[in-house]
Design a protein around this ligand. Structure first.
Ligand SMILES: Nc1ncnc2c1ncn2[C@@H]1O[C@H](COP(=O)(O)OP(=O)(O)OP(=O)(O)O)[C@@H](O)[C@H]1O
Ligand SMILES: [Mg+2]
Length: 250
């Protein structure tokens, strides 16, 4: 069943076109990837799917800054959510873990998880935290450490953990592997697989480098200059010579 349907998205920052007639979909239970190089439009896509773009648009308007225009549709569970606020989308189950997500550096790992789950009841938050520690055992002995003293990879685990405590149905991960060592990338890719297996969470992720993620995604979309250029199963993309040439560098 199609969970997320993205129809002919166009996003303008003033006259600059960041997404150009971009369409894609995600079926319930899938792990789907969006592969694109620098400034291809990955973050803009994630912001449009999570609704952050609506907040950005409002803020810019108030400041008299640049004009942000969104055309097209975002449909979630058959419902048009294009104009739905980010917090309402979180309630529906769409949760974004942002690229270089800011965690609260002066707060401990456990406190960060509690802050992220403030909407949830006490009992549920404890369960949700247990799930996070199950997924990322490396965080267990760091529970009381200030987030600011964690390594990049540990911060990324915490950031994803913070998205998980609100129990997403569709988890959006914007470049989750960015800046991480190959070792840490492996750990995270493994965790994303387990996430899907153990909690049935549907995942949509973006990446600049295809190599670490192609083996685990069911389907992928390639985006260039805001436009869809290719799509296929993870295997099809892996075997595609163009992809190999363009996105298999390090
Ligand atoms: N707030 C903004 N104002 C103006 N232009 C923007 C804004 N955000 C993004 N853009 C432009 O939109 C295009 C897409 O940017 P976006 O950040 O979505 O790409 P990206 O694929 O996430 O890139 P990266 O790999 O660097 O994270 C770029 O040309 C960028 O300059
Ligand atoms: Mg980006």
């Amino acid at each position: 069943m199609i969970m997320l349907d993205v129809l002919n998205l166009m996003v303008f920052f003033e006259n600059a076109l960041a997404l150009n007639d971009f369409s894609m979909n995600v079926e319930e239970g899938e792990v789907v990837g969006v592969i694109g190089s620098n400034s291809a439009g990955k973050t803009t896509l994630m912001n449009t799917l999570s609704g952050l773009i609506i907040d950005m648009r409002t803020k810019e308007k108030r400041r008299g800054g640049e004009r942000i225009t969104v055309y097209g549709k975002v449909v979630f569970d058959g419902e048009d959510v294009t104009e739905t606020s980010p917090s309402e989308r979180v309630k529906k189950g769409i949760v974004l873990s942002r690229e270089r997500h800011p965690v609260f550096p002066e707060s401990s790992v456990v406190e960060n998880l509690k802050i992220a789950g403030y909407l949830r009841k006490k009992l549920q938050i404890h369960e949700a935290m247990d799930d996070v520690f199950k997924l990322f055992p490396a965080l267990i002995h760091l529970r009381t450490r200030k987030a600011g003293f964690l390594s990049g990879g540990e911060q990324q685990m915490l950031a994803i953990g913070m998205s998980l405590v609100v129990k997403p149905r569709l988890l959006l991960l914007d470049e989750p592997l960015l800046g991480l060592s190959p070792m840490m990338q492996k750990t995270l890719v493994g965790a994303i697989c387990n996430l899907k297996k153990d909690s049935g969470i549907t995942v949509l992720l973006t990446e600049q480098f295809a190599r670490p993620v192609l083996p685990i995604i069911h389907r992928g979309y390639v985006i260039e200059n805001g436009m869809l250029t290719l799509n296929g199963t993870g295997k099809e993309l892996m075997d595609n010579p163009e992809i190999k040439a363009a996105y298999f560098g390090v």
